[in-house]
Design a protein around this ligand. Structure first.
Ligand code: GAP
Length: 463
């Protein structure tokens, strides 16, 4: 199945190929020919996603005392989406090609689609075949299904297009359960679904994706300052915690006509993808729009009583909302490097060690039992503390190349000398430097080496 768009530059094609070959990501249900814009994450992709989720969880929840996590249901009472404005306005303008290709496009994406095919952005007609296009019409992006056995209108429900609404409708319950005072946040990670008109660029725009969102509730009047604080903190996270190069990122404030119906100010953290700048995360000032709308629509009071000032008000909300799939794609693209080593091209993913699927790979020099009998228990021992892979297949050179390609920061080689000197070699991915370390103090050496890798990743990311 080809999910690449024409004109997508080389590196994405290579990543898509590596993604499948090495088990990062590939099309969903491929044995049936796949299904458009839906993806599976393989063993390495699943590990990497878990690492990125954990980094977000650590920085947003565990390292702070002012954010509570929740997990809300994917299908909610449909009135939620009426109140939030999604039923009325969560739509994109759609046009159909009446020419030979009969493709469907997002009207506002037409210039980009033409550019991607090497045509002038204002060329007339369909980007693919040049045929005439229908006038634009609005298409609601929410997936619909039915709850229960009768598929009638009364049973119609939606798959959530964002996780945010779960946090708004549970606001009062969380305040009460956790005895919270403002300012504080509620956060969650989870799947969202959008019936995108023009998905594409691999896992950049899909129809099922995961978001990591936080709603930060604050006193009206303090929202501007909190918006600034969260823009800064979220930018810091992408660079320092995930190792994305700051020179490839920018913070872009939305123009007035771009703002969503609920927002007075939104800034996007964008990455310079091979096809142009694209959004990784939006940091929106949602004002009191959502809590007010749910109060009015449900009849339940979602205002907050401020005991310090004896005022009652509806809190304002600052929302940083990041995409996990896009985040992982960004980290893979940003880490990708090819270099000449002894006349051969080495592909190396310079992933941050906290993002890489594995931290360590234990590699016996050969499959000889003397070596594997030492290496296997060693890998087992290291797994107590590190994300460790064990690999005894193929030549050691090929195994190093594979570990470089999947971004493993450290490879630990067990060789025949290890049987004599009770020491192993640690090879570092980026500089390919090697050090000999006693097996007895291997954990400590790995800790030190990983700390050095983190420092190097930070230096690379800060530029
Ligand atoms: N609650 C706010 C909200 O949902 P959004 O900007 O629509 O905001 C948040 O989505 C993030 O989710 C985006 O910054 C992007 O990283 C990711 N995202 C949005 N649509 C996506 C799609 N179709 N495929 C993959 N990721 C998507």
């Amino acid at each position: 199945m080809s999910q690449e768009q024409p004109g997508t530059p080389d590196i994405v094609e290579k990543l898509v190929s590596l993604g499948k070959q090495r088990g990062f990501f590939f099309g969903s249900s491929e044995i049936y020919g796949g299904i458009n814009a839906l993806y599976d994450y393989g063993p390495l992709g699943a590990r990497m996603r878990r690492n990125v989720r954990n980094l977000w969880w650590r920085s947003m929840i565990e390292a702070r005392d002012d954010i509570e996590p929740i997990e809300t249901s994917i299908i909610m009472n449909p009135q939620v989406w009426v109140a939030s404005g999604h039923v009325a306005t969560f739509s994109d303008p759609l046009v159909d090609c009446l020419g030979s290709c009969r493709k469907r496009w997002r009207e506002d994406h037409l210039p980009d689609e033409r550019r991607a095919r090497g045509k002038p952005p204002d060329a007339p007609g369909c980007p693919e075949c040049g045929g005439p296009l229908t006038p634009g019409r609005q298409f609601n992006l929410m997936f619909r299904t039915h709850l229960g056995p009768v598929a009638d209108d009364a049973a119609q429900v939606y798959l959530r297009p964002e996780t945010a609404q779960g946090m708004f409708v549970d606001f009062a319950t969380v305040v009460q359960a956790m005895r919270r005072r403002l300012p504080f946040g509620i956060a969650q990670q989870g799947k969202s679904f959008r019936n995108e008109i023009s998905p594409g660029n691999s896992i950049f725009r899909t129809r099922e994706f995961e978001v990591m969102e936080m709603e930060f509730f604050c006193k009206p009047g303090t929202d501007g300052e909190w918006h600034r604080v969260w823009c800064q903190e979220r930018m810091r996270w992408w660079v320092e915690d995930c190792g994305v190069r700051s020179s490839h990122l920018r913070l872009r404030a939305h123009e007035k006509d771009e703002l969503s119906h609920y927002s007075t100010a939104t800034s996007d953290i964008e990455y310079t993808f091979p096809w142009g700048w694209g959004e990784l995360e939006g940091i929106a000032n949602r004002t009191d729009f959502d809590l007010r709308a749910h109060s009015e629509h449900s009849g339940k009071d979602l205002s907050y009583f401020d005991t310090e000032t004896s005022e009652r008000y509806i809190p304002y909300v600052i929302e940083p909302a990041a995409g996990l799939d896009r985040g992982c794609l960004t980290m893979l693209i940003d880490a990708w490097e090819e270099e000449e080593v002894r006349g051969e091209t080495r592909t190396v993913l310079r992933l941050h060690p906290d993002v890489a699927p594995w931290q360590l790979a234990v590699l016996p020099l050969s499959k000889k039992p003397q070596l594997t009998e030492l290496a296997r228990p060693l890998a087992h021992r290291l797994r107590e503390r590190f994300r460790t892979e064990y690999d005894e297949t193929q030549s050691i050179g090929r195994r190093y190349r594979r570990q470089d390609e999947i971004g493993t920061p450290l490879a630990i080689t067990v060789d025949f000398e290890s049987l004599e000197d009770r020491a192993v070699t640690i090879r570092e991915r980026d500089g390919m430097t090697q050090v000999r370390v006693p097996i007895d103090s291997l954990e400590q050496a790995c800790d030190e080496q990983l700390a050095a890798c983190r420092a190097a990743a930070l230096e690379r990311a800060r530029g």
